[in-house]
Design a protein around this ligand. Structure first.
Ligand code: KG4
Ligand code: ZN
Length: 345
């Protein structure tokens, strides 16, 4: 407790960000320290799991201390320790988990395992203090593309998800074939602003009628074939048009399926989360579709869209309030399904 407020620490290390944050009363961010490994992995064009684990190990101690210092507290003031237990890279997850368990063991503080997607959704509670379930969530990141019915703080129904690549992964791969660099999402977003979104007709994959699942492998191949075709004929390519047309095709499908889900579930609020929630075209198209149907759209600021510890602390707060506390058998689950978060973590 600090000034009568319940203090939660959140630790996140599922991919390439070593992050620790301190949150008061589940909603107020006191500190949010993120050590990104983007520069380390850039040269490889993507995250190298073994290197990620090594960097988490090197950084976790100092990121942890910085989070306490920036919040102006000591570990004695912390009431619960939240940590991502899955899904993610197993070696990366284990570093955050080992640190959280060690601190919990040494101090006697309760330990709360958090599903990474629950964390992303919870980022919206930090940026929108009045928001509470039920609502519909669209989680779009480098590892996930999910449409979720959020029934309660800790109760979820996954309505649709990707059957192959996650949307952020598709952005990263298309950026690579365009020679833009890593991570590709923000680079395509920026380049697309200079291009024509209607210039090239890339495939929009809707799958079976009424399906809320996604598939992005077709459009990825579509971009590759388009570029190869042009290059083989010695023709020049307008990369800005490719970026804008690819982004438009992907976002049209995402927005259409999200709106179908919202209408069928009679949801008047849509919450967007995950790294790709920062995408400007997604925000425009979804915002427009929501306005037309009188639906409120929630989206966190970019710093809370990408992986961070504050979202994990927030989710851990609500799990703790519901009595969902873990013992030291808490383990890393690289493929943890969201519906299993109550039991597995
Ligand atoms: O949530 P996040 O930080 O990590 C995962 O849990 O995966 O998401 C990272 C992903 C990357 O694929 C990155 O390219 C993508 O989010 N991303 C974007 C944008 N900013 C980040 N994709 C499209 N447009 C953006 N503006
Ligand atoms: Zn994430």
């Amino acid at each position: 407790m600090k000034d009568g407020q319940f203090i939660t620490m959140g630790i996140e290390s599922s991919c390439d960000e070593t992050a620790v944050a301190v949150v008061a009363e589940g909603r107020t961010v006191l500190s949010n320290i993120i050590s990104s490994q983007i520069d380390v992995h850039k040269v490889f064009g993507g995250v190298v799991p073994e290197i990620a684990s090594r960097h988490h190990l090197q950084n976790i101690g100092s990121v942890y201390q910085q989070a306490l210092d920036a919040a102006g507290i000591t570990i004695e003031d912390v009431d619960a320790i939240g940590v991502t237990c899955g899904p993610g890279l197993v070696g990366a997850l284990l570093i955050g988990l080992a640190h959280a368990k060690a601190v919990a063991f040494a101090t006697g503080k309760p330990l709360v395992g958090v599903h990474h997607i629950q964390g992303h959704i919870s980022a919206n509670y930090l940026s929108s203090p009045e928001l509470a379930p039920p609502f519909l969530a669209l989680v779009v990141s480098g590892g996930h593309t999910h449409i979720i019915d959020v029934k309660e703080y800790n109760r979820f129904e996954v309505l649709g998800q990707t059957r192959d690549d996650a949307v952020g992964e598709a952005f990263d791969k298309v950026a690579r074939v365009l020679g833009l660099g890593y991570p590709g999402g923000p680079l395509i977003d920026a380049l697309a602003k200079k291009g024509n979104p209607q210039a090239i007709e890339f495939p929009r994959v809707y799958l079976e009628k009424d399906s809320l699942d996604f598939s992005f492998s077709g459009i990825k191949t579509g971009v590759l074939n388009y570029l190869n075709g042009k290059r083989q004929k010695g023709l020049s390519v307008c990369e800005a048009d490719v970026a804008a047309s690819f982004q438009q095709a992907v976002m049209e499908v995402i927005v259409a399926k999200t709106m179908t889900a919202a209408v069928s579930r009679r949801q008047k609020r849509i919450v967007v989360a995950g790294g790709v929630a920062a995408n400007s075209r997604l925000r425009e198209l979804l915002g427009q579709a929501c306005r037309e149907r009188d639906i409120a759209m929630y989206c966190p600021p970019p710093i809370l869209c990408t992986d961070n510890g504050a979202m994990i602390a927030c989710a851990a707060y609500y799990k703790y309030q519901a009595g969902m506390i873990n013992d030291f058998t808490l383990d890393a689950h690289p493929g943890l399904p969201l519906q299993m978060q109550e039991k597995a973590c």
